[in-house]
Design a binder for this molecule. Structure first.
Ligand code: F6P
Length: 321
């Protein structure tokens, strides 16, 4: 017979909506008579045994806050078998029956290791501004990040238009062009440079020269940080065209701030569903919402590279500008 789950540990990375997911986990578990313990600083806290019990009250007033009340870190030690064994020993010591791990690719890869190699009950919740989890339509935090970047671009456009300048705006995404492509569409930007589409930079320069001949004087060019540095792009444009350029690097403002309604609702649904999946015996899976329907997928699949049709997004941007 399946052992009843009495205590769940939860780990979080940071992005907007993660606190809302944590609140949903704690309160759903509480309604089922299950204790939740928060792990401080993600895998680092798992290795060190930094666990704190979380009550309904502990997660009150956090729904609309960005970041994570549990703090987080990037932990290299957890990538080694020694680190993983220390973490498993702490899980046993704290009498944890199951884990919920909220985060992006690295977090879910770790979740898969714990479930598949150490036979632990683990459910992942996708949360990353990069929205690059395979098989997952929307991860928590991505909608807020795109909205934050879009609002910044709307403001930049005011100056770009008034002063007739070219702006190169660098958005987050070391390996992912998700924020860049979505914000370019939402913000009506003229050019997009992302890691996934290896287009010819000389065609961008030609487009600007051609446009300028027709009287066009202002552009907003979006570059994902993983593709190039905005300053380098701006310099190349001004030396090739003689036109004035300015740069804005949006940086970490995209990962923080009040989550959008979409992210709060997604987080509430996924957080609550993750607890129910664990209680029903689910493990080594991550939860997701597709077309409004909740479902699970194996972590093995979720940790493969995501296929996203960036070519079509880039083509649409070209048509619309
Ligand atoms: O994976 C989320 C992300 O925000 C990426 O978009 C970005 O490249 C990276 O994390 C930045 O990481 P850090 O905050 O550790 O510099």
């Amino acid at each position: 017979m399946r052992k009843r789950i009495q205590r769940i540990a939860v780990l979080t990375r940071d992005c907007s909506g993660v606190n809302a997911a944590l609140r949903a986990v704690v309160r759903t578990a509480d309604s089922m008579g299950i204790e939740v313990w928060g792990v401080i600083r993600h895998y680092e806290g798992l290795i060190k045994g930094d666990f704190r019990p979380l009550s309904r009250i502990d997660v009150s007033g956090i729904l609309n806050n960005g970041g994570t009340i549990l703090k987080t870190s990037r932990c290299r030690d957890f990538m080694t078998p020694e680190g993983q064994e220390k973490a498993v020993a702490q899980i046993k010591r704290h009498k944890i029956d199951a884990l919920i791990i909220i985060g992006g690719n690295g977090s879910l890869a770790g979740a898969h290791v714990l479930a598949s190699q150490y036979d632990l009950k683990v459910v992942g919740i996708p949360a990353t501004i990069d929205n690059d989890i395979n098989g997952v339509e929307m991860s928590i935090g991505a909608d807020t990040a795109v909205n934050v970047a879009m609002e910044a671009i709307d403001k930049i456009r005011d100056t770009a238009f008034s002063l007739e300048r070219i702006f190169v705006v660098e958005v987050m995404g070391r390996k992912s062009g998700y924020i860049a492509s979505q914000v370019a569409l939402a913000g009506g930007c003229e050019e997009l440079l992302i890691p996934e589409v290896k287009d010819d930079f000389s065609s961008l320069l030609e487009n600007i020269k051609e446009g300028n001949k027709r009287g066009k004087v202002s552009w907003i060019i979006i570059v994902a940080e993983g593709r190039a540095k905005a300053h380098d792009i701006a310099e190349k444009i001004s030396s090739a065209t003689g036109l004035e350029t300015r740069v804005a690097v949006l940086g970490h403002i995209q990962r923080g701030g009040r989550p959008t309604a979409f992210d709060r609702i997604l987080a509430a649904r996924l957080g609550s569903y993750a607890v129910r999946i664990l209680v029903e015996g689910g493990t080594d899976v991550c939860v997701r919402m597709e077309c409004g329907q909740l479902s699970i997928l194996p972590l093995e699949e979720a940790t493969q590279p995501k296929k996203f049709d960036f070519e079509t997004e880039a083509a649409l941007i070209k048509i619309l500008t």
